[in-house]
Ligand binder design. Structure first.
Ligand code: PLP
Length: 396
């Protein structure tokens, strides 16, 4: 009954892909389109990572790997987790996945069913809600409020927990807002969760190193109190500009009552995708163990662009934009322009040649906002800002 065609019909989409397709089609017709819509770094994967994949292919790594990933790749994740969080996890609890999304898919599938509630950030990554609806569980939005820097409020999040709540999805730094939840708030949240042992946590930390202004990401792994019900989603897509390689990892809990949840996901992999391709897994090791100078240079470029976007947006009539503390997105408030967000996004694409995404594509609370990805050159960002300004002036 659960996973029928009707369930598939409940699946949503990621509108960023539709906007990309439309922007590409317009560009093919000869239009000059500036794309601030897509959530992927505009940088190339660093060369030493590409070389590691080529070497793996030349060395004959053409076959299946273990379903949970090569031990060497999982051990690289263990090293990386120790460096970024100070926490030593076991390679047995690590799953190498074809991207970050499959972790979301597996975790939500594990906890979602009719009668269950799943809490997720709104505005937030659209796939959370889509997958929750697929399982028949009730999606319960946790508001990410502009006045709170688009961060989680521990108090508000805890107030939404009921006996039916099975899973709480966290994301910091966040897509689509760039919001970063401060450590003090996460500490409060974890403390509150101790009173709700029936609630598991999926922490989407895919933007973990992408923070600015001295802000530091706080990993949920740093709280042993909830380790036995914590799933951490992470991956290579954003940090090393590897979205097309389909490489993610997750860290799963292993407790007596439920067994090793990672091992259950390994079985899902056996039944579904077998394994992630071998050359990508060798590339993943090179990404973690190799020089990080290109990642640092990318972050410096993002930081410069972030400032341009925030300053530019705040100079436009009817628009205000708080300074995002992480990821590579800005989420300006456009309420005072009088435009509905999705209408503005599509008019800007059609009439001004600027692709961006309307806030409602990220949730009920996204109305009144647009998302700009600053994964584009400073020159193009400045051109896009000029075009948006000219467009808005024309409408006055
Ligand atoms: N989680 C968040 C918050 C994201 O923004 C994205 C991609 O945009 C993902 C997960 C998925 O990453 P991947 O491309 O590795 O599946």
């Amino acid at each position: 009954m659960l996973h029928t065609i009707a369930a598939f019909d409940r699946l949503g989409e990621e509108n960023a892909f539709a906007v990309l397709a439309r922007a590409t089609a317009l560009a093919q017709q000869g239009r000059d389109i500036i794309n601030l819509g897509i959530g992927q770094p505009d940088f190339k994967t660093p060369n030493h990572i590409v070389e590691a994949a080529i070497k793996a292919l030349r060395d004959g790594h053409h076959g299946y790997t273990p379903a949970n990933g090569l031990l060497a790749t999982r051990e690289a994740v263990v090293r990386r987790t120790l460096t970024t969080t100070g926490i030593e996890v076991s390679a047995d609890d690590v799953m190498i996945m074809p991207g970050g999304k499959p972790t979301m898919f597996a975790a939500i599938l594990m906890f979602g069913e009719p009668g269950a509630d799943i809490l997720y950030p709104d505005p937030g990554f659209p796939i959370y809600r889509s997958m929750i609806e697929y399982t028949g569980a009730r999606p319960v939005p946790v508001p990410m409020r502009e006045e709170n820097g688009f961060a989680f409020s521990a108090e508000e999040t805890l107030s939404l927990i009921t006996p039916q709540t099975r899973l709480l999805i966290l994301n910091s730094p966040a897509n689509p807002t760039g919001g970063v939840t401060p450590r003090a708030e996460i500490e409060k949240l974890v403390k509150g969760l101790e009173a709700h042992p029936h609630v598991a946590v999926l922490s989407d930390e895919i933007y973990d190193v992408m923070t600015y202004d001295g802000e530091r990401h706080c990993s949920l792994l740093q709280f042993p109190e909830i380790r036995d019900r914590l799933i951490v989603l992470n991956g290579w897509s954003k940090t090393w500009a590897m979205t097309g390689w389909r490489m993610g990892w997750s860290i799963w809990p292993n407790k007596a009552e439920t067994g090793n949840l990672g091992d259950k996901v390994r079985k899902l992999a056996v039944n579904c995708w077998s394994c992630v391709n071998a050359p990508s897994q060798f590339a993943g090791i090179a990404a973690i163990d190799g020089p990080q100078d290109e990642v640092e240079a990318m972050m410096k470029a993002f930081d410069r662009r972030r400032k341009l976007v925030v300053e530019g947006m705040n100079g436009l009539p009817g628009i205000s934009c708080i300074t995002p503390k992480g990821a590579f997105y800005a989420f300006p408030n456009i309420a005072e322009t009088g435009w509905k967000a999705k209408k503005l996004a599509s008019a800007l694409l059609d009439e001004a040649g600027v692709a961006l995404i309307g806030g409602p594509d990220f949730g009920i609370l996204g109305e009144g906002y647009i998302r700009l990805s600053y994964a584009n050159s400073e020159e193009n960002i400045l051109r896009a800002l000029e075009r948006i300004e000219a467009f808005l002036e024309k409408q006055r």
